[in-house]
Design a protein around this ligand. Sequence first.
Ligand SMILES: Cc1cc2nc3c(=O)[nH]c(=O)nc-3n(C[C@H](O)[C@H](O)[C@H](O)COP(=O)(O)OP(=O)(O)OC[C@H]3O[C@@H](n4cnc5c(N)ncnc54)[C@H](O)[C@@H]3O)c2cc1C
Length: 413
Amino acid sequence: MGDKEISVYGAHWCPDCRRSKQFLGEHQIPYNWIDIEQDPEAEKFVLEKNKGKRIIPTITFSDGSFLVEPSNAELAAKLGLKTKAARRHYDLIIIGGGPAGLTAAIYTAREAIDTLVIERAAFGGQAAGTEKLDNMPGFPEGVAGIEFSRRLLQQAKSFGVEVLEAQEVRQIQRTDDYKYVETSDGSRYSANALLVAAGSHYKRLHVPGDEDYIGAGVHFCATCDGPFYKGKNVAVVGGGNSAAEESLLLTKFADHVNILVRKGQFKATKIIQESVLSNPKINVRWHTEVKEFIGERSKLTKLRIMNNQTETEEVIAVHGAFIFIGLVPNTEFLKESDVLLDKWGFIVTGHALMHQRERQKGFEKRAPFLLETSVPGVFAAGDVRDTSTKQVVSAAGEGTSAALMIREYLKQV
Ligand SMILES: Cc1cc2nc3c(=O)[nH]c(=O)nc-3n(C[C@H](O)[C@H](O)[C@H](O)COP(=O)(O)OP(=O)(O)OC[C@H]3O[C@@H](n4cnc5c(N)ncnc54)[C@H](O)[C@@H]3O)c2cc1C
């Protein structure tokens, strides 16, 4: 059933279905979503596959095989993802396979520095989830984020970079000589240097219902989940570039897009604002905050919103809501380490470290490199770093600079 090679049979109320959908979405693997509660034929199919039991998710593959309630590790294995590294030790381990991490890897591999890149989701990071990159130098027509990411990975692999997929780095440790990373499957790898290129992710609203409907009406990526809303009515929360751009993308699928903006104006660039405001499918509601996500049978159906000037509340019906209210750095795994973070959790590097009251251990005899963290030999690049400019080209540029600094660092150890 459906036109894609993978079909996920499930229901909106099923958390394991949501987890599997999220896993496939994060790895940019196309799939058909079939809600067995809306489709009696599909329900019959699931019962047949499971000897009369209604077990979901039941996931079918083009080779005729199927998995029932698979763990993420089982899904990764079925999809042929590489989840174990060939060796235990590398010159350099890069955490994150976005533009910063993969560009750094291209440079270090070309310098014959043994490099392992560990990625928990889709290679290309946020860029992979972006429909089109219009501001890439050298691409006058723009380039699809997914195509750019595919090329970046291909290029890194062509220079001999080893990559791990579907593995999250859970923590880093160090001794005087080596750095260690521990991955979600419990493996431990060592390196002479680390590069943290873990980027950032979407901020959440933290209002009632926010958690409950993720993947079941609440989304953070229009490219990934917009096609589920053909002919429907969706809300977009946010007033920056992402909210505006993603709203425009959503008009390709949805009939009606309501943008809810907390302030009285957009923060988006003028050219994007003009496209949004002139689009007949888009309606903008200023001074509007979401107070609650409301659903039925575990599927989002309504939003309780408030005008923050008049403090009047209203409940509006929606089929889906897309949240674009900013970024949080992916630095949770560094919380127990000595890597210094700023108050928002972004990594502090280089000169900024010199302004700290205490000289960081290991930097008594030399200053940190520009992209080095407070731990000697641990570097950071891209969106995860404080004061970075949160763009693909600058992330790639920082990856390049970090690679060259790591080369110099490795000469000393
Ligand atoms: C909707 C949207 C539209 C955008 N449009 C543009 C645009 O048009 N032009 C532009 O220049 N920029 C754009 N950007 C910004 C751009 O995508 C980012 O600045 C860029 O991708 C940052 O690259 P990065 O490598 O630093 O981080 P990311 O792209 O965030 O990549 C980091 C990677 O690290 C992985 N990771 C995180 N933690 C771990 C862990 N513990 N273990 C293993 N892996 C981990 C993540 O899964 C991710 O793949 C857009 C971003 C968004 C969200």
